[in-house]
Design a protein around this ligand. Structure first.
Ligand code: SF4
Length: 457
């Protein structure tokens, strides 16, 4: 298994069926192993980035801001301030004498110029080392400008990407509870953990609206500061990509008593189950309210209509793709569950699945839903991925920006399921787009001219 696997990494890989389930995860990456993970700062940046009417100021050297500039193609239906990348551009003098003055003047200038509804200030590695007091500067600027100015404690070195998610959740949590919750329906929810990469939030919002449920805040996609401030007024948090935002849902449950549901919007099965789970939640909350029954009826009608439309359209792709092999490597493992099921819908075999930030519980669930022989891997690196892809003779690799070149160099089809994609892959419509994209990549004539790399003997 995996010729490139370092000895110290062996316990972070499990092959289903070879031994009883056992995987070590949620730990710092092995030094020198060139993990596919991003740093803590990047983890926080990708979660907060889609708040479109906020100012995002990266306090650090210019490279940190460039590296994450427009990193997530999160679409906005209104303001697009999030798409600009601001940096304090710390230089040698600032490192010696401190960057607080520079930060304060950058904040005042940018707030005056762009009139944001809030400002997030990201701490980077060097700021953690020189010890600038972000909290004090942000507090002072907030008092002067009258908008929330929130430090994001995301020094790149202080842990793995999960620590960045936590820093982002801590920052958002400071906004929640500061808005007016009057007029919010008891049949309402917040959408957490969908980043509206290709307009998915709009599709999902439409489903909820058809069900008769009010959406209070799209916390992490097409987000608005004012909505997040009143998100505590919603009856339910619906959390996708639980790795990035489950902490926020937990904090809201503890402080405001807001319950949460984990869902996935990928694939027919999980999308339908998400809608039914939400309808069941409201029925359980309000068993005697006729509106709860109406929500369930509308949900059934919606799911039936969408499935009836979709299944025949998938047939052509299923026939062509049956028996082809897929590998998955994503940021959070929750998405991987849905992808395994989505590939099954088109009769494809998932032979490798891994994530940057999965927990033991996540991997145990992956082991339960995959076939014997499937490689399950935590926090992989390019050499391992190379080796598994060749060994398993994969036809398509699903991942993000850092996985794309690995696939192409091996002569393998690639499907972007992360920051850069422009095609909606969530929702019922997204399942059809996914099947089309996988079909076009796997069956493309280009592979006749790019010979697939074989496993090394
Ligand atoms: S925060 Fe640190 S690790 Fe992250 S991009 Fe900046 S310098 Fe690199």
């Amino acid at each position: 298994m995996g010729a490139a696997l370092l000895k110290e990494r062996e316990n972070q890989v499990h092959v289903k069926g070879e031994k009883p389930f056992n995987i070590v995860c949620n730990k710092d990456s092995l030094a020198g192993a060139v993990s596919q993970r991003a740093c803590v700062f990047c983890g926080s940046r990708v979660v907060l980035y889609p708040i479109a009417d906020a100012l995002h100021l990266v306090h650090g050297p210019i490279g940190c801001a460039v590296y994450t500039w427009d990193i997530r193609g999160a679409l906005s239906s209104g303001p697009e301030l999030h798409r600009l990348s601001f940096s304090t551009d710390l230089q040698e003098r600032d490192v010696i004498f401190g960057g607080e003055k520079k930060l304060r003047s950058a904040l005042l200038e940018l707030i005056e110029r762009h009139s944001p509804k809030a400002a997030f200030v990201y701490s980077t590695c060097i700021v953690g080392i020189i010890g600038d007091d972000l909290e004090a500067i942000c507090k002072g600027v907030a008092a002067e400008t009258g908008i929330p100015v929130i430090p994001v404690q995301s020094e790149g070195f202080k842990g793995n990407k999960r620590a960045g998610y936590q820093a982002a959740c801590d920052a958002m949590f400071r906004l929640i509870g500061t808005g007016d919750t009057a007029g919010i329906s008891k049949f309402s929810l917040n959408i957490l953990g969908d980043f509206n990469l290709a307009g998915e939030i709009w599709m999902v919002r439409e489903y909820y609206e058809r069900m008769g449920i009010q959406v209070v805040a799209n916390v992490t996609g097409d987000g608005r500061v004012a909505d997040i401030c009143r998100a505590n007024g919603a009856a339910l948090n619906v959390v996708q990509c639980s790795g990035s935002t489950m902490q926020l849902a937990n904090m809201m449950e503890e402080k405001y008593g807001t319950p949460s549901l984990r869902v996935s919007y990928f694939g027919i099965e999980d999308m339908s189950e998400a809608l039914y789970d939400i309808a069941r939640f409201f029925k359980k909350q309000y068993p005697d309210d006729p509106e709860a029954d109406k929500i369930m009826e509308r949900t059934k009608a919606l799911v039936q209509e969408k499935v009836r439309e979709l299944v025949p359209q998938l047939e052509k792709y299923r026939k062509a793709l049956a028996g082809k092999k897929a590998a998955i490597y994503v940021g959070g493992s929750f998405k991987a569950f849905s992808l395994v099921k989505a590939f099954r819908l088109v009769d494809m075999d998932v032979v490798m699945v891994g994530s940057q930030t999965g927990t033991e519980e996540d991997y145990r669930e992956l082991a339960a839903i995959t076939d014997p022989g499937t490689v399950i891997v935590d926090d992989a690196n390019p050499l391992e991925l190379n080796s598994f892809l060749k060994e398993k003779e994969v036809d398509i690799f699903v991942g993000g920006v850092k996985e794309r070149p690995i696939a192409y160099k091996l002569g393998i089809g690639f499907c972007d399921h992360n920051h850069e994609r422009k095609e909606a892959l969530a929702g019922f419509e997204g399942m059809l787009n996914f099947a089309k994209e996988v079909y076009s990549s796997v069956m493309s004539p280009v592979w006749r001219f790019v010979p697939r790399k074989k496993p090394t003997a």
